[in-house]
Write a protein that binds this ligand. Sequence first.
Ligand code: NI
Length: 487
Amino acid sequence: MPKPRFFSGIALLALLAGGCGLAGASPERDVVVPAEPTLIDFVDPATVTGLSTRTLTEGNSSTSVRYAYIKYPELADAPALNRALAEQARRQLRDFRERTRRRGVRPRPELNVDWQLAAASSQAIAVRLRTGEFLGAGWGNSTRTLWFDPREGKAVGSTELLNGPEALPRLAALVREQLEGRGAQVEQDVVTGGGDEFDSMAFNHSGDLVVEFDDCQIGPCPLGRIAVAVPAGQVAPLLSAFGRRAQEGVQGDDVSGPFPHVPAHSPAAASNKAGTVDCAKVKCVALTFEDGPGPHTGRLLDVLRKERARATFFTVGSSAAAQPELLRRMSSEGHLVGNHSWAHRDLSKQPTSRIADELGRTEAAVAAAIGQSPTLVRPPYGAVSRDLYDVARTMGFALVTWDVDSRDLEGGKGADIAARTVRETHPGAIILMHDIHRETVDAVPDILKRLRGKGYSFVTVPELYGPAHMQAGHLYRSGASRPVSSP
Ligand code: NI
Protein backbone atom coordinates (compact mmCIF):
# COMPACT_ATOMS: atom_id res chain seq x y z
CA MET A 1 0.00 0.00 0.00
CA PRO A 2 1.38 3.43 -0.81
CA LYS A 3 2.37 5.49 2.17
CA PRO A 4 -0.38 8.00 2.93
CA ARG A 5 0.64 11.61 2.69
CA PHE A 6 -0.84 15.02 3.25
CA PHE A 7 -1.46 16.61 -0.09
CA SER A 8 -2.29 20.13 -1.01
CA GLY A 9 -5.88 20.28 -2.14
CA ILE A 10 -5.29 23.20 -4.43
CA ALA A 11 -2.41 21.49 -6.11
CA LEU A 12 -4.71 18.64 -6.92
CA LEU A 13 -7.33 20.98 -8.31
CA ALA A 14 -4.78 22.83 -10.37
CA LEU A 15 -3.58 19.56 -11.78
CA LEU A 16 -7.06 18.46 -12.76
CA ALA A 17 -7.94 21.77 -14.30
CA GLY A 18 -4.68 22.84 -15.83
CA GLY A 19 -2.48 19.82 -16.48
CA CYS A 20 -3.12 19.67 -20.18
CA GLY A 21 -3.70 22.98 -21.68
CA LEU A 22 -6.30 24.20 -19.44
CA ALA A 23 -9.65 22.92 -20.29
CA GLY A 24 -11.30 21.85 -17.08
CA ALA A 25 -11.53 18.14 -16.45
CA SER A 26 -14.74 16.78 -17.82
CA PRO A 27 -17.00 15.71 -14.98
CA GLU A 28 -18.21 12.74 -16.99
CA ARG A 29 -14.77 11.27 -17.37
CA ASP A 30 -12.93 9.37 -14.69
CA VAL A 31 -9.76 11.28 -14.00
CA VAL A 32 -6.80 9.29 -12.81
CA VAL A 33 -4.36 11.45 -10.89
CA PRO A 34 -0.79 10.32 -11.43
CA ALA A 35 2.00 10.89 -8.92
CA GLU A 36 2.48 14.63 -9.31
CA PRO A 37 5.94 15.96 -8.58
CA THR A 38 4.73 19.48 -7.75
CA LEU A 39 2.78 18.18 -4.76
CA ILE A 40 4.65 18.78 -1.56
CA ASP A 41 4.41 16.16 1.17
CA PHE A 42 3.35 18.28 4.09
CA VAL A 43 4.42 17.28 7.55
CA ASP A 44 1.62 16.43 9.97
CA PRO A 45 1.93 19.28 12.51
CA ALA A 46 0.57 17.05 15.29
CA THR A 47 3.84 15.08 15.08
CA VAL A 48 5.93 18.19 15.77
CA THR A 49 6.55 18.77 19.46
CA GLY A 50 6.30 22.28 20.81
CA LEU A 51 4.00 23.50 18.05
CA SER A 52 1.01 25.74 18.73
CA THR A 53 -1.07 28.03 16.53
CA ARG A 54 -1.61 31.79 16.52
CA THR A 55 -4.49 33.67 14.94
CA LEU A 56 -5.22 37.25 13.92
CA THR A 57 -8.84 37.85 13.08
CA GLU A 58 -11.34 40.56 12.33
CA GLY A 59 -15.06 40.77 11.69
CA ASN A 60 -17.95 38.91 13.18
CA SER A 61 -20.86 41.24 13.39
CA SER A 62 -23.31 42.48 10.79
CA THR A 63 -21.53 45.84 10.78
CA SER A 64 -17.99 44.70 10.02
CA VAL A 65 -16.38 46.15 6.91
CA ARG A 66 -14.23 43.12 6.15
CA TYR A 67 -13.50 39.59 7.27
CA ALA A 68 -9.98 38.50 8.07
CA TYR A 69 -8.59 35.30 9.49
CA ILE A 70 -4.84 34.77 9.54
CA LYS A 71 -3.35 31.69 11.07
CA TYR A 72 0.26 30.67 11.54
CA PRO A 73 2.22 28.21 13.64
CA GLU A 74 4.51 28.96 16.53
CA LEU A 75 7.39 26.60 17.21
CA ALA A 76 9.08 26.34 20.60
CA ASP A 77 12.61 26.10 19.20
CA ALA A 78 12.37 28.66 16.41
CA PRO A 79 11.98 32.14 17.94
CA ALA A 80 13.31 33.95 14.86
CA LEU A 81 10.80 32.13 12.66
CA ASN A 82 7.97 32.97 15.09
CA ARG A 83 8.91 36.65 14.93
CA ALA A 84 9.02 36.60 11.13
CA LEU A 85 5.62 34.88 10.91
CA ALA A 86 4.01 37.28 13.40
CA GLU A 87 5.41 40.29 11.55
CA GLN A 88 4.22 38.92 8.21
CA ALA A 89 0.71 38.36 9.64
CA ARG A 90 0.48 41.88 11.08
CA ARG A 91 1.70 43.39 7.83
CA GLN A 92 -0.83 41.45 5.77
CA LEU A 93 -3.73 42.51 7.98
CA ARG A 94 -2.57 46.14 7.97
CA ASP A 95 -2.25 46.19 4.16
CA PHE A 96 -5.63 44.55 3.73
CA ARG A 97 -7.29 47.12 5.99
CA GLU A 98 -5.73 49.89 3.93
CA ARG A 99 -7.09 48.42 0.72
CA THR A 100 -10.61 47.74 2.02
CA ARG A 101 -11.67 50.95 3.70
CA ARG A 102 -14.94 51.39 1.84
CA ARG A 103 -17.91 50.51 4.00
CA GLY A 104 -20.92 48.48 2.96
CA VAL A 105 -19.23 46.40 0.22
CA ARG A 106 -21.14 43.13 -0.28
CA PRO A 107 -20.10 40.39 -0.30
CA ARG A 108 -17.54 41.52 2.25
CA PRO A 109 -13.88 41.65 1.26
CA GLU A 110 -12.11 38.77 2.93
CA LEU A 111 -8.55 37.81 3.75
CA ASN A 112 -7.67 34.27 4.75
CA VAL A 113 -4.24 32.87 5.49
CA ASP A 114 -3.65 29.20 6.11
CA TRP A 115 -0.38 27.33 6.59
CA GLN A 116 1.31 24.02 6.13
CA LEU A 117 4.67 22.63 7.15
CA ALA A 118 6.61 22.01 3.96
CA ALA A 119 9.53 20.72 6.04
CA ALA A 120 10.19 19.96 9.69
CA SER A 121 13.45 18.20 10.29
CA SER A 122 16.51 18.87 12.39
CA GLN A 123 18.01 20.39 9.22
CA ALA A 124 15.28 22.85 8.30
CA ILE A 125 11.75 24.00 8.97
CA ALA A 126 9.54 25.48 6.28
CA VAL A 127 6.17 27.16 6.75
CA ARG A 128 4.12 27.57 3.60
CA LEU A 129 1.63 30.40 3.97
CA ARG A 130 -1.28 30.32 1.59
CA THR A 131 -3.14 33.59 1.27
CA GLY A 132 -6.60 33.89 -0.22
CA GLU A 133 -8.10 37.29 -0.93
CA PHE A 134 -11.67 37.95 -1.93
CA LEU A 135 -12.27 41.42 -3.31
CA GLY A 136 -15.64 40.98 -4.98
CA ALA A 137 -14.74 38.99 -8.08
CA GLY A 138 -13.73 35.66 -6.59
CA TRP A 139 -10.70 34.43 -4.73
CA GLY A 140 -7.11 35.14 -5.66
CA ASN A 141 -4.51 32.91 -4.03
CA SER A 142 -0.83 33.33 -3.40
CA THR A 143 1.82 31.42 -1.51
CA ARG A 144 4.98 32.31 0.34
CA THR A 145 7.28 29.87 2.07
CA LEU A 146 9.43 30.99 5.00
CA TRP A 147 12.34 28.84 6.07
CA PHE A 148 14.17 28.41 9.36
CA ASP A 149 17.75 27.28 9.66
CA PRO A 150 18.14 25.65 13.10
CA ARG A 151 21.93 25.63 12.85
CA GLU A 152 22.11 29.42 12.44
CA GLY A 153 18.89 30.19 14.35
CA LYS A 154 17.82 32.32 11.38
CA ALA A 155 14.52 32.79 9.54
CA VAL A 156 15.00 33.31 5.80
CA GLY A 157 13.04 33.57 2.57
CA SER A 158 12.88 30.80 -0.02
CA THR A 159 15.67 32.28 -2.15
CA GLU A 160 18.15 31.58 0.66
CA LEU A 161 17.95 27.96 -0.46
CA LEU A 162 19.99 29.13 -3.42
CA ASN A 163 23.66 29.86 -3.72
CA GLY A 164 23.57 33.63 -4.12
CA PRO A 165 21.95 35.99 -6.63
CA GLU A 166 23.68 34.46 -9.66
CA ALA A 167 21.68 31.26 -9.05
CA LEU A 168 18.40 33.09 -9.72
CA PRO A 169 18.63 33.40 -13.52
CA ARG A 170 20.00 29.87 -13.73
CA LEU A 171 17.05 28.53 -11.76
CA ALA A 172 14.73 30.63 -13.93
CA ALA A 173 16.11 28.85 -17.02
CA LEU A 174 15.41 25.46 -15.46
CA VAL A 175 11.90 26.58 -14.49
CA ARG A 176 11.20 27.75 -18.05
CA GLU A 177 12.30 24.35 -19.33
CA GLN A 178 9.79 22.69 -17.00
CA LEU A 179 7.03 25.04 -18.16
CA GLU A 180 7.41 23.99 -21.77
CA GLY A 181 4.44 22.00 -22.85
CA ARG A 182 2.14 23.52 -20.25
CA GLY A 183 0.08 25.25 -22.91
CA ALA A 184 0.24 28.56 -24.72
CA GLN A 185 -1.42 30.47 -21.90
CA VAL A 186 1.48 29.94 -19.50
CA GLU A 187 3.87 32.81 -20.03
CA GLN A 188 7.17 31.08 -19.47
CA ASP A 189 9.18 34.02 -20.75
CA VAL A 190 8.17 36.24 -17.82
CA VAL A 191 10.09 33.95 -15.46
CA THR A 192 13.46 35.61 -14.99
CA GLY A 193 14.09 35.11 -11.29
CA GLY A 194 13.52 38.76 -10.41
CA GLY A 195 11.31 40.31 -7.77
CA ASP A 196 9.36 37.95 -5.53
CA GLU A 197 9.07 35.31 -8.23
CA PHE A 198 10.74 32.61 -6.17
CA ASP A 199 9.23 33.43 -2.78
CA SER A 200 7.58 30.04 -2.41
CA MET A 201 9.91 27.08 -2.84
CA ALA A 202 10.19 23.75 -1.05
CA PHE A 203 11.36 20.22 -1.76
CA ASN A 204 9.19 17.27 -2.65
CA HIS A 205 9.83 13.81 -1.28
CA SER A 206 12.41 13.04 -3.98
CA GLY A 207 14.36 16.21 -3.26
CA ASP A 208 13.17 18.02 -6.40
CA LEU A 209 12.73 21.76 -5.86
CA VAL A 210 9.06 22.72 -6.18
CA VAL A 211 8.70 26.32 -7.33
CA GLU A 212 5.19 27.75 -6.92
CA PHE A 213 3.70 30.81 -8.58
CA ASP A 214 0.81 32.93 -7.36
CA ASP A 215 -2.49 33.10 -9.22
CA CYS A 216 -2.14 35.41 -12.26
CA GLN A 217 1.66 35.61 -11.90
CA ILE A 218 2.70 33.76 -15.04
CA GLY A 219 -0.63 33.10 -16.74
CA PRO A 220 -4.30 34.08 -16.74
CA CYS A 221 -5.88 34.01 -13.28
CA PRO A 222 -8.33 31.15 -13.98
CA LEU A 223 -5.38 28.76 -14.36
CA GLY A 224 -4.93 28.93 -10.59
CA ARG A 225 -1.80 27.47 -9.07
CA ILE A 226 1.08 26.85 -11.41
CA ALA A 227 4.08 25.02 -10.04
CA VAL A 228 7.04 23.14 -11.40
CA ALA A 229 9.41 20.59 -9.89
CA VAL A 230 13.03 21.09 -10.87
CA PRO A 231 14.70 17.66 -10.61
CA ALA A 232 16.99 17.18 -7.62
CA GLY A 233 20.06 16.52 -9.77
CA GLN A 234 19.56 19.67 -11.86
CA VAL A 235 19.00 21.98 -8.92
CA ALA A 236 21.83 20.60 -6.76
CA PRO A 237 24.57 22.91 -8.15
CA LEU A 238 22.39 25.95 -7.43
CA LEU A 239 21.76 25.23 -3.76
CA SER A 240 23.35 27.04 -0.84
CA ALA A 241 24.74 25.07 2.10
CA PHE A 242 21.42 25.60 3.86
CA GLY A 243 19.53 24.55 0.73
CA ARG A 244 21.48 21.29 0.62
CA ARG A 245 20.71 20.59 4.30
CA ALA A 246 17.03 21.36 3.69
CA GLN A 247 17.00 19.01 0.70
CA GLU A 248 18.61 16.24 2.77
CA GLY A 249 16.04 16.86 5.50
CA VAL A 250 13.06 15.96 3.32
CA GLN A 251 14.80 12.94 1.87
CA GLY A 252 15.40 11.53 5.33
CA ASP A 253 12.90 9.63 7.38
CA ASP A 254 9.27 10.15 6.65
CA VAL A 255 8.28 12.50 9.43
CA SER A 256 4.55 12.59 8.81
CA GLY A 257 2.55 10.62 11.29
CA PRO A 258 -0.01 7.93 10.65
CA PHE A 259 -2.94 9.03 8.56
CA PRO A 260 -5.80 9.87 10.91
CA HIS A 261 -8.22 7.07 11.42
CA VAL A 262 -11.69 8.39 10.73
CA PRO A 263 -14.53 6.66 12.51
CA ALA A 264 -17.84 6.38 10.73
CA HIS A 265 -20.01 9.43 11.02
CA SER A 266 -22.47 8.96 13.84
CA PRO A 267 -24.81 11.93 14.16
CA ALA A 268 -26.35 10.63 17.33
CA ALA A 269 -23.14 10.39 19.30
CA ALA A 270 -21.63 13.74 20.13
CA SER A 271 -24.58 16.09 20.12
CA ASN A 272 -26.41 13.89 22.57
CA LYS A 273 -23.55 13.85 24.97
CA ALA A 274 -25.62 15.93 27.33
CA GLY A 275 -25.02 16.26 31.03
CA THR A 276 -27.58 15.81 33.72
CA VAL A 277 -28.94 19.34 33.75
CA ASP A 278 -32.60 19.71 32.80
CA CYS A 279 -32.82 23.14 31.19
CA ALA A 280 -36.61 22.99 31.29
CA LYS A 281 -36.34 23.31 35.06
CA VAL A 282 -33.22 25.38 35.74
CA LYS A 283 -31.69 28.51 34.21
CA CYS A 284 -29.16 27.40 31.61
CA VAL A 285 -26.59 29.24 29.54
CA ALA A 286 -24.25 27.86 26.87
CA LEU A 287 -20.78 29.39 26.65
CA THR A 288 -19.37 28.82 23.18
CA PHE A 289 -15.72 29.38 22.26
CA GLU A 290 -14.66 29.50 18.63
CA ASP A 291 -11.59 29.97 16.44
CA GLY A 292 -9.29 27.78 18.58
CA PRO A 293 -7.63 25.81 19.79
CA GLY A 294 -4.91 28.35 20.43
CA PRO A 295 -2.27 29.41 22.92
CA HIS A 296 -4.81 30.29 25.66
CA THR A 297 -7.08 27.26 25.32
CA GLY A 298 -5.21 25.21 27.92
CA ARG A 299 -5.60 27.95 30.54
CA LEU A 300 -9.32 28.24 29.70
CA LEU A 301 -9.74 24.50 30.21
CA ASP A 302 -8.03 24.85 33.61
CA VAL A 303 -10.52 27.57 34.61
CA LEU A 304 -13.55 25.61 33.42
CA ARG A 305 -12.39 22.50 35.24
CA LYS A 306 -11.80 24.39 38.46
CA GLU A 307 -15.23 26.02 38.26
CA ARG A 308 -16.93 22.79 37.10
CA ALA A 309 -18.44 24.54 34.09
CA ARG A 310 -19.01 22.91 30.72
CA ALA A 311 -18.81 24.68 27.36
CA THR A 312 -18.93 24.11 23.62
CA PHE A 313 -15.77 24.59 21.53
CA PHE A 314 -16.17 25.27 17.83
CA THR A 315 -12.72 24.36 16.61
CA VAL A 316 -11.01 25.33 13.37
CA GLY A 317 -9.97 22.13 11.60
CA SER A 318 -6.42 23.03 10.70
CA SER A 319 -5.67 24.19 14.27
CA ALA A 320 -7.44 21.14 15.69
CA ALA A 321 -5.38 18.81 13.53
CA ALA A 322 -2.19 20.52 14.72
CA GLN A 323 -3.09 20.28 18.43
CA PRO A 324 -5.22 17.17 18.93
CA GLU A 325 -4.22 16.88 22.58
CA LEU A 326 -6.20 20.04 23.37
CA LEU A 327 -9.29 18.49 21.76
CA ARG A 328 -8.80 15.35 23.76
CA ARG A 329 -8.75 17.45 26.92
CA MET A 330 -11.95 19.26 25.90
CA SER A 331 -13.72 16.00 25.30
CA SER A 332 -12.47 14.16 28.37
CA GLU A 333 -13.33 17.11 30.63
CA GLY A 334 -16.96 17.10 29.57
CA HIS A 335 -17.02 19.82 26.92
CA LEU A 336 -18.52 19.44 23.49
CA VAL A 337 -16.28 19.78 20.44
CA GLY A 338 -17.94 21.35 17.38
CA ASN A 339 -16.90 22.15 13.82
CA HIS A 340 -15.88 25.69 12.79
CA SER A 341 -14.69 24.72 9.26
CA TRP A 342 -11.15 23.95 8.14
CA ALA A 343 -9.78 27.35 7.12
CA HIS A 344 -12.40 29.76 8.49
CA ARG A 345 -13.49 31.25 5.19
CA ASP A 346 -16.98 32.75 4.88
CA LEU A 347 -18.90 29.68 3.72
CA SER A 348 -21.79 31.76 2.37
CA LYS A 349 -19.45 32.77 -0.50
CA GLN A 350 -18.45 29.18 -1.27
CA PRO A 351 -19.95 26.60 -3.61
CA THR A 352 -21.41 23.45 -2.08
CA SER A 353 -18.38 21.31 -2.97
CA ARG A 354 -16.08 23.64 -1.04
CA ILE A 355 -18.48 23.87 1.92
CA ALA A 356 -18.61 20.08 2.10
CA ASP A 357 -14.82 19.89 1.92
CA GLU A 358 -14.36 22.50 4.69
CA LEU A 359 -16.79 20.72 7.01
CA GLY A 360 -15.73 17.20 6.09
CA ARG A 361 -12.01 17.76 6.65
CA THR A 362 -12.69 19.29 10.04
CA GLU A 363 -15.03 16.48 10.95
CA ALA A 364 -12.24 14.01 10.14
CA ALA A 365 -9.69 15.97 12.20
CA VAL A 366 -11.99 16.11 15.24
CA ALA A 367 -12.92 12.46 14.90
CA ALA A 368 -9.26 11.49 14.62
CA ALA A 369 -8.52 13.41 17.83
CA ILE A 370 -11.42 12.39 20.05
CA GLY A 371 -12.91 9.34 18.37
CA GLN A 372 -16.24 11.03 17.81
CA SER A 373 -17.59 13.05 14.93
CA PRO A 374 -18.88 16.52 15.75
CA THR A 375 -22.52 17.16 14.90
CA LEU A 376 -22.65 20.92 15.42
CA VAL A 377 -21.27 23.52 13.03
CA ARG A 378 -20.65 27.17 13.83
CA PRO A 379 -20.38 28.88 10.44
CA PRO A 380 -17.38 31.25 10.28
CA TYR A 381 -18.48 34.85 10.92
CA GLY A 382 -21.99 33.47 11.56
CA ALA A 383 -22.60 33.77 7.80
CA VAL A 384 -25.10 31.31 6.30
CA SER A 385 -26.52 30.57 2.85
CA ARG A 386 -29.08 28.19 1.41
CA ASP A 387 -26.22 26.01 0.13
CA LEU A 388 -24.80 25.81 3.64
CA TYR A 389 -28.17 24.65 5.01
CA ASP A 390 -28.36 22.00 2.29
CA VAL A 391 -24.84 20.71 2.91
CA ALA A 392 -25.43 20.69 6.68
CA ARG A 393 -28.63 18.70 6.24
CA THR A 394 -26.93 16.19 3.95
CA MET A 395 -23.89 15.77 6.18
CA GLY A 396 -25.91 15.58 9.39
CA PHE A 397 -24.88 18.87 11.01
CA ALA A 398 -27.01 21.30 13.02
CA LEU A 399 -25.90 24.95 12.62
CA VAL A 400 -25.33 27.06 15.73
CA THR A 401 -24.81 30.81 15.91
CA TRP A 402 -25.42 32.94 19.04
CA ASP A 403 -27.70 35.53 20.54
CA VAL A 404 -25.28 37.11 23.00
CA ASP A 405 -22.02 38.51 21.61
CA SER A 406 -19.34 39.07 24.25
CA ARG A 407 -17.72 41.39 21.65
CA ASP A 408 -14.37 40.13 22.86
CA LEU A 409 -12.87 40.83 19.42
CA GLU A 410 -13.37 44.54 19.87
CA GLY A 411 -10.58 44.82 22.39
CA GLY A 412 -10.92 45.98 25.97
CA LYS A 413 -9.91 44.29 29.17
CA GLY A 414 -11.28 41.08 30.61
CA ALA A 415 -13.38 43.09 33.09
CA ASP A 416 -15.19 44.92 30.26
CA ILE A 417 -15.90 41.67 28.41
CA ALA A 418 -17.22 40.10 31.61
CA ALA A 419 -19.46 43.08 32.49
CA ARG A 420 -20.98 43.20 29.00
CA THR A 421 -21.55 39.47 28.82
CA VAL A 422 -23.17 39.19 32.24
CA ARG A 423 -25.43 42.18 31.52
CA GLU A 424 -26.78 40.66 28.27
CA THR A 425 -27.15 37.06 29.35
CA HIS A 426 -30.64 35.61 29.70
CA PRO A 427 -31.93 32.07 30.29
CA GLY A 428 -31.20 29.87 27.25
CA ALA A 429 -28.55 32.27 25.86
CA ILE A 430 -25.82 31.04 23.52
CA ILE A 431 -22.81 33.27 24.19
CA LEU A 432 -20.16 33.97 21.54
CA MET A 433 -16.55 34.07 22.73
CA HIS A 434 -13.12 33.35 21.21
CA ASP A 435 -10.57 31.22 23.03
CA ILE A 436 -7.72 32.60 20.90
CA HIS A 437 -7.76 35.83 22.95
CA ARG A 438 -5.97 36.29 26.23
CA GLU A 439 -8.54 38.85 27.45
CA THR A 440 -11.42 36.48 26.77
CA VAL A 441 -9.87 33.82 28.96
CA ASP A 442 -9.13 36.50 31.59
CA ALA A 443 -12.86 37.33 31.63
CA VAL A 444 -14.14 33.79 32.13
CA PRO A 445 -13.65 33.35 35.92
CA ASP A 446 -15.62 36.53 36.57
CA ILE A 447 -18.38 35.55 34.09
CA LEU A 448 -18.75 32.15 35.73
CA LYS A 449 -18.85 33.58 39.25
CA ARG A 450 -21.39 36.29 38.49
CA LEU A 451 -23.71 34.15 36.37
CA ARG A 452 -23.59 31.38 38.91
CA GLY A 453 -24.56 33.99 41.51
CA LYS A 454 -27.66 34.64 39.40
CA GLY A 455 -28.55 30.97 39.46
CA TYR A 456 -27.26 29.87 36.03
CA SER A 457 -25.99 26.41 35.10
CA PHE A 458 -23.35 26.14 32.36
CA VAL A 459 -24.24 23.55 29.75
CA THR A 460 -23.22 22.47 26.26
CA VAL A 461 -25.41 23.66 23.39
CA PRO A 462 -27.42 20.43 22.86
CA GLU A 463 -28.40 20.41 26.53
CA LEU A 464 -30.33 23.63 26.00
CA TYR A 465 -32.75 21.67 23.82
CA GLY A 466 -33.04 18.59 26.04
CA PRO A 467 -35.15 15.72 24.80
CA ALA A 468 -36.33 17.73 21.76
CA HIS A 469 -32.79 17.25 20.35
CA MET A 470 -31.18 19.32 17.65
CA GLN A 471 -31.84 18.55 14.02
CA ALA A 472 -29.45 18.52 11.08
CA GLY A 473 -29.96 21.36 8.61
CA HIS A 474 -31.55 23.68 11.18
CA LEU A 475 -29.98 26.81 12.64
CA TYR A 476 -30.02 27.44 16.39
CA ARG A 477 -29.38 30.89 17.86
CA SER A 478 -30.64 30.48 21.36
CA GLY A 479 -32.32 27.97 23.62
CA ALA A 480 -35.06 30.53 24.03
CA SER A 481 -36.05 30.71 20.35
CA ARG A 482 -37.20 28.28 17.68
CA PRO A 483 -34.68 26.88 15.18
CA VAL A 484 -34.60 28.29 11.65
CA SER A 485 -34.87 25.76 8.85
CA SER A 486 -33.79 27.95 5.88
CA PRO A 487 -32.27 31.41 5.31
NI1 NI B 1 -14.85 32.26 14.05
